[in-house]
Design a protein around this ligand. Structure first.
Ligand SMILES: Cc1cc2nc3c(=O)[nH]c(=O)nc-3n(C[C@H](O)[C@H](O)[C@H](O)COP(=O)(O)O)c2cc1C
Length: 367
């Protein structure tokens, strides 16, 4: 078995598609990452060769907080699928602007064109200004998740049943039959995420995968245990993906210096504005356990608390921390980088083989 070859229970890797300008950090630091199609197609090819299984595109309908330009997620994902042969691409979908009938139809077609390589990430919305700009009602926190729950139920119904009938508070279908159905069975994978109780409850009942912000293994364990306990009661299977901003360098000092430099060049005004928006969105959850509830200024320099996961150091340190994440129930690490193409390549060559080695050692211990 080659070192990069993954076994069944091997931790999987995804990367954030930089389909928005400014990369993954709210910082004016020089970046060789680019939001163009040309750059992204090259990156996608590099990533699939490096051993990444998934790419996650983002959706933002309006500019803001350091992301001035952004390509739409479904059409951009389709372009990345066209350029690759193995990579699975996840398109971010925002209920509200998108109706499940449109998503079901579009994704079924892309599933056929790509030979079963499309998936979706249903996001529930944190950006009130975006909804106001689009003239869309901004629902209360838990109502946003109730809508996402119905949205996912509707998608699954359309993708798997003929004469689908559904009477929800947000969506209604009457004897609807989609044809053709997607290639992937039972349906393309559905990711969904956050941190709040409402996000976790959706994960424990309807999502195939739960995505969450960067965090420490202890805090992740608490979230994952809660989800998996509830999922078991619901007889539902869900897997877990966590965000991490990776800074892998030959020495720990170099890696730490890069982090310090990113933070030194933080776009202070944009970080504060982003922080105000996301904290408002999170506080609106009844339990106050939203994604960014405890984020510091430094955490917020990376959109999804990716520094907190601490995959910052040498390849060996990072590999050990990834295996630790796996031990608390993480199935997938969603990575972001400063200079994507070269760092994805480095990750594939230097970090991934060490992860596979450590995983095999652990398996041997258990056996
Ligand atoms: C990995 C990940 C990716 C996300 N991608 C997007 C996105 O592309 N667009 C968006 O509007 N929200 C995105 N979100 C935000 C979530 O949908 C959700 O609104 C946010 O995490 C707040 O969740 P909470 O209220 O449960 O804390 C993403 C969240 C995570 C964890």
């Amino acid at each position: 078995m080659s070192q990069n070859h993954s076994h069944d229970d091997a931790v999987k890797f995804a990367y954030w598609v930089p389909n928005v300008s400014g990369g993954l950090v709210v910082s004016t630091i020089e970046q060789r990452t680019d939001w163009s199609l040309e750059y992204n197609q090259k990156l996608a090819l590099t990533a699939e060769k490096a051993g990444f299984e998934y790419a996650l595109s983002q959706i933002r309908f309006t500019a803001g907080y350091g992301a001035e330009y952004q390509h739409e997620s479904v059409s951009f994902s389709q372009a990345l699928l066209h350029a690759t042969t193995k990579l699975k691409v996840l398109a971010a979908i925002l209920p509200g602007p998108w109706h499940p009938a449109v998503v079901a139809k579009q994704i079924a077609t892309i599933d056929h064109i790509s030979n079963g390589r499309i998936g979706i990430n249903v996001v529930s919305g944190w950006f009130k200004g975006e909804f106001t700009a689009l003239g869309e009602p901004w629902l209360e926190h838990d109502e946003r998740y109730r809508r996402s729950h119905e949205f996912i139920q509707a998608l699954k119904g359309i993708w798997t049943q003929d004469n689908f009938t559904f009477k929800g508070d947000f969506y209604r279908f009457n004897n609807y039959t989609l044809s053709p159905k997607p290639v992937q069975k039972p349906h393309p994978e559905i990711f969904q995420g956050g941190s709040s109780r409402a996000a976790r409850d959706n994960a424990a009942s309807v999502s195939d995968w739960y995505f969450t912000n960067g965090n420490t293994p202890e805090n992740l364990k608490a979230q994952i245990d809660d989800i998996q306990t509830k999922a078991a009661k619901n007889n539902h299977k869900v897997r877990i993906g966590v965000n991490a901003f990776v800074i892998a360098r030959d020495t720990e000092e170099e890696a730490k210096a890069v982090l310090a430099d990113i933070i030194k060049h933080a776009h202070v005004e944009a970080v504060h504005a982003f922080g105000d928006a996301v904290k408002q969105a999170g506080k609106a959850s009844p339990e106050g356990e939203g994604n960014w509830a405890k984020s510091s200024f430094e955490d917020l320099v990376q959109y999804n608390d990716g520094f907190r996961t601490n995959l910052i150091g040498t390849p060996q340190q990072i590999a050990e921390r990834i295996v630790e994440l796996k031990s608390v129930g993480v199935d997938l690490v969603l990575t972001g980088f400063l200079h994507f193409i070269e760092e994805v390549e480095y990750f594939g060559k230097r970090v991934l083989p060490l992860v596979r080695e450590l995983e095999l050692k652990q398996q041997a211990k258990v056996a």
